[in-house]
Design a binder for this molecule. Structure first.
Ligand code: SF4
Ligand code: SF4
Length: 329
């Protein structure tokens, strides 16, 4: 285990600042010497310098050597995006005995030199970003990495084509996926399209096999006609409350015969969510979900249950709806 020799936050803060040229990537637009000037007199800055390639071996060695020689306990590198090299510099800092989180990075490449046209304002902005990083690193605290068990389960919210594809890919990778959709069926806007750009493929031909795969995938739990009530917790340990809206149908018994729908004078009018093939409607998502279970409105349901409407002759057992099924969390 690494020993953190200079990491105490109780003692003097001693900051080293390193401004990278990235060859000409940064230096052609930002003057690294002026960035050094902008920070060198800030409180706690012991050393401020510039170097051509900070992520190179000599660049990292420069940091390690200065930590030893100048007893630095905070490091700032003004260079590229943290996504690119934050890990590199954290390791270099750790190798010199500092806690890896006593490090801060200012992005003066992607956020400045690559997107600027005026060297003067670019240099000013780079100086300000680096000053902000120096001000921030003073408040860094020593952190320890630890492993925590996580549940390999994922929730995808929204059952449009993006949600469907994400759910399938993660389920194929072995994750337990919960796909939540507020509408009665998955498919989203793509279900409204006839053709897709740019290949002009038939939208339903792409969408429907994926919808079926979602419905049948052993690693996917599909929660249609459901809303997210709350999300709490943190990475690896989220708790999500999902409210399942009332279907007024016992989905364990419904065989999708459609008799209830035919019998209902107030049957829900399908909105845009219908799929057509050759002018024929073959799926109306407002009533059927991908598991082919019907959803009835409370008015419709109660009307039939109270006998105000004639019961259709061939209503199977599922019509004896569990009215208590209602909304549940
Ligand atoms: S640290 Fe980033 S900005 Fe500097 S040389 Fe390496 S890639 Fe370029
Ligand atoms: S009549 Fe019953 S089984 Fe048939 S679709 Fe309606 S709820 Fe399902």
């Amino acid at each position: 285990m690494t020993q953190h020799v200079h990491g105490s936050t109780n003692g003097e803060i001693r900051i080293g600042v390193y401004v990278c040229h990235c060859g000409t990537n940064i230096a052609k637009m930002v003057d690294p010497h002026k960035v050094v000037e902008a920070v060198k007199d800030m409180p706690g800055v012991v050393i401020a310098t510039q170097y051509r390639f900070m992520c190179s071996d000599p660049g990292q060695e420069l940091i390690r050597k200065d930590i030893e020689e100048h007893k630095l306990n905070r490091i700032v590198v003004a260079a590229c995006s943290p996504l690119m090299h934050e890990g590199t510099f954290r390791k270099a800092v750790e190798a010199a005995g500092l806690n890896r989180y006593f490090f801060e990075m200012a992005n003066i490449r992607e956020q400045v030199s690559w997107v600027s046209e005026d060297p003067r304002t670019a240099t000013h902005k780079a100086g300000q970003l680096t000053r902000a990083a120096v001000a921030r690193v003073r408040f860094h605290e020593e952190l320890e990495m630890r492993r925590v068990p996580i549940k390999k389960a994922v929730m995808v919210i929204g059952g449009g084509i993006a949600g469907i594809e994400s759910a399938l890919q993660m389920a194929d990778a072995g994750f337990q996926v919960y796909l939540v959709e507020r509408e009665a069926t998955i498919g989203g806007h793509m279900a409204k399209f006839d053709k897709t750009f740019p290949t002009l493929d038939c939208a339903a031909c792409i969408l429907t096999p994926k919808m079926v795969s979602v419905g049948k995938h052993p690693n996917i739990t599909l929660l249609t006609w459901a809303d997210i009530e709350s999300v709490s917790g943190s990475i690896g340990n989220f708790k999500v409350k999902v409210k399942s809206k009332a279907r007024y149908v016992d989905t364990s018994k419904c065989n999708s015969c459609g008799a209830c729908f035919e019998a209902c004078i107030s049957r829900p009018t399908p909105e845009y969510r219908r799929m057509t093939l050759g002018g024929r409607v073959f799926r109306e998502g407002r009533m059927l979900d991908v598991r082919d279970k019907y959803i009835l409105g409370p008015k419709h349901d109660l009307t039939i249950l109270t006998g105000a409407q004639p019961m259709p002759e061939n209503v199977p057992a599922a019509m004896e709806v569990d009215i208590e099924e209602g909304a549940e969390l």
